[in-house]
Design a protein around this ligand. Structure first.
Ligand code: SAM
Length: 325
């Protein structure tokens, strides 16, 4: 068993999640042995090339930063160059920013900006068990950890994002921070989390009502859902279903209005539903960088009218909802 798995199982012993160990181990085994087995070997080799360091300092603010604790272990110029080259093999880096042993990973998204929008509206995370569904590279997991959560677990089925997180996690066995490479639809219904976050995922799900039920099934009674998603203007009957791509993204199914999503949440059984923030995404938050060199937001918008996507739909506008059960 790999270290990260042992570290996760150990962290849930004597907690309410313990009874799901068999479910988790089956799901992780599927990830390791089935579709991703070739990739697993490839990524393991890359991870092994990252620096060997005795003790680590994790600093979390706008930039999530990892440094050797003792200055004697700081990378020299040659090690820095090698480390940067290894990290480049994990491109595209979409969610961040990170500083990895002084290598600055300037990701496509300045995910700190989303966190700054979410943070003022959050219930206290102190001593809470938190789940982040669709956590990407795990940037927000660190921010939840910084807010005092006793345990933070992210789930995401994208192999690359799992291994981006592992670049950090292999140094962080003492931190109660975990990433499981699974989709929400495969999670057992744990009812174990005080807070469930899901940011930027709802519109990728072909059955959004089922998705909301799956999120609800992870919450303890009175637990909080923090849901962030694309929205369009309109009333409770307005939902955009793109004919094909939306802002060049495949896999965009339903973009509801704030009122429509409020209704969906009500129908699924959430209470105290509040839309706490609405924001139009700009090119300060999402842009191509050295670490994500293909197209980004600026290429997804109509060059003559930035209020529209290249396909003629309303440009990306995102809302944050807080609700409880
Ligand atoms: C737009 S990204 C959002 C990442 C991050 N939460 C954020 O807000 O910056 C959407 C993420 O959802 C993940 N995802 C897609 N299908 C999923 C599923 N069925 N269960 C969990 N995550 C999923 C993708 O792999 C991707 O990392």
């Amino acid at each position: 068993m790999k270290n990260w798995q042992a570290n996760f199982y150990e962290s849930i012993l004597d907690t309410k999640l313990q009874k799901y160990i068999a479910d988790f181990s089956k799901l992780i085994e599927q990830f390791e042995t089935n579709t991703h087995s070739k990739e697993t070997t490839k990524w393991q080799k890359q991870l092994a090339k990252l620096p060997k360091v005795e003790e680590i300092e994790l600093t979390i603010n706008e930039i999530v930063s990892l440094q050797p604790k003792h200055s004697i272990e700081h990378l020299d110029e040659n090690e820095h160059r090698k480390t940067k080259a290894v990290l480049k093999n994990f491109m595209p880096w979409r969610k961040g920013p990170y500083n990895f042993f002084s290598v600055e990973i300037d990701t496509e998204w300045r995910s700190n900006i989303k966190w700054e929008r979410v943070l003022p509206h959050l219930p206290s995370l102190k001593n809470k068990r938190v789940l982040d569904v669709g956590c990407g590279s795990g940037y927000h997991l660190f921010r939840m950890h910084q807010s005092g959560a006793k345990q933070v677990i992210g789930i995401d089925p994208t192999t690359l994002f799992f291994y981006q997180f592992m670049c950090f996690k292999q140094y962080l066995s003492k931190h109660n921070l975990h990433f499981l490479p699974i989709g929400i639809e495969h999670m057992p219904e744990t009812h174990c989390f005080d807070c469930v976050f899901s940011m930027g995922v709802l519109y990728h799900r072909p059955d959004p009502i089922k998705f909301l039920k799956e999120l609800k099934a992870q919450l303890v009674p009175n637990g909080h859902l923090i849901l962030e998603t694309l929205v369009v203007d309109g009333d409770s009957t307005t939902v955009l279903v793109p004919t094909d791509r939306y802002a060049k993204m495949r896999n965009v199914w339903f973009i509801p209005s704030v009122d429509a999503l409020t209704l969906w949440l009500q129908r699924v059984g959430f209470k105290s539903i509040e839309c706490v923030d609405i924001d139009v995404t700009d090119i300060n938050e999402q842009r191509a960088t050295e670490w994500m060199q293909t197209q980004s937001l600026i290429d997804f918008l109509d060059p003559n009218d930035s209020s529209k996507t290249i396909e003629g739909y309303p440009a990306p506008k995102r809302a944050i909802f807080i609700a409880n059960i």
